[in-house]
Design a binder for this molecule. Structure first.
Ligand SMILES: [Zn+2]
Length: 170
């Protein structure tokens, strides 16, 4: 998928799933979307499955997506990122094009998807002067995710602006 297509798909999905709640914390209702789509979320902490995947994976069976999400000890913020990442694979059609594509590229696309869905550029920018801990709390993500996400804000902003410019020309 080229980058313009990728960001266009993210933007369309973002309109469908809804923006984060208008009060703090800003939580994008991605779980609601999963339930509405009749996809199944299956938490796991089984050793054999952890060997298959550390964080999560998705299986398409009988036309239905089963999203396996690893359970961590306490209520973990990391699970939200994993869910958004797995939804990214579904929405970006990776389950159908996987074989022709390289794994690193596909993982990168799912990460770009998850970062933009959980922490949209325009929402993050309102808090650019806050410290990492505050930002992580506002978006209910791990500090690690918040920190990676902040390094990608300029890149994503640039792609979204390009999309809008294309729209004006077309
Ligand atoms: Zn993945």
């Amino acid at each position: 998928m080229n980058k313009i297509e990728l960001y266009k798909t993210i933007e369309d999905f973002s309109d469908k799933v809804g923006k984060p709640s208008s009060f703090l914390p800003y939580v994008t209702p991605i779980e609601d979307y999963v339930y509405k789509s009749n996809w199944q979320i299956i938490p796991y902490d089984d050793f054999e499955l952890i060997k298959v995947s550390q964080d999560g994976f998705t299986v398409l069976k009988d036309g239905k997506y089963h999203i396996f999400i690893r359970k961590y000890g306490k209520k973990s913020l990391r699970q939200r990122f994993t869910l958004a990442h797995e939804v990214g694979h579904i929405v970006l059609n990776h389950h159908h094009v996987y074989k022709q594509n390289n794994k690193i590229l596909i993982e990168q696309e799912a990460n770009i998807f998850a970062e933009n869905i959980l922490m949209p550029v325009d929402f993050v920018e309102r808090f650019k002067y806050e410290d990492l801990e505050t930002i992580a709390r506002i978006f209910q993500v791990s500090k690690q995710m918040a920190s990676v996400r902040l390094t990608h804000i300029q890149r994503d902003k640039c792609y979204f602006n390009n999309l809008n410019n294309w729209r004006q020309i077309l």
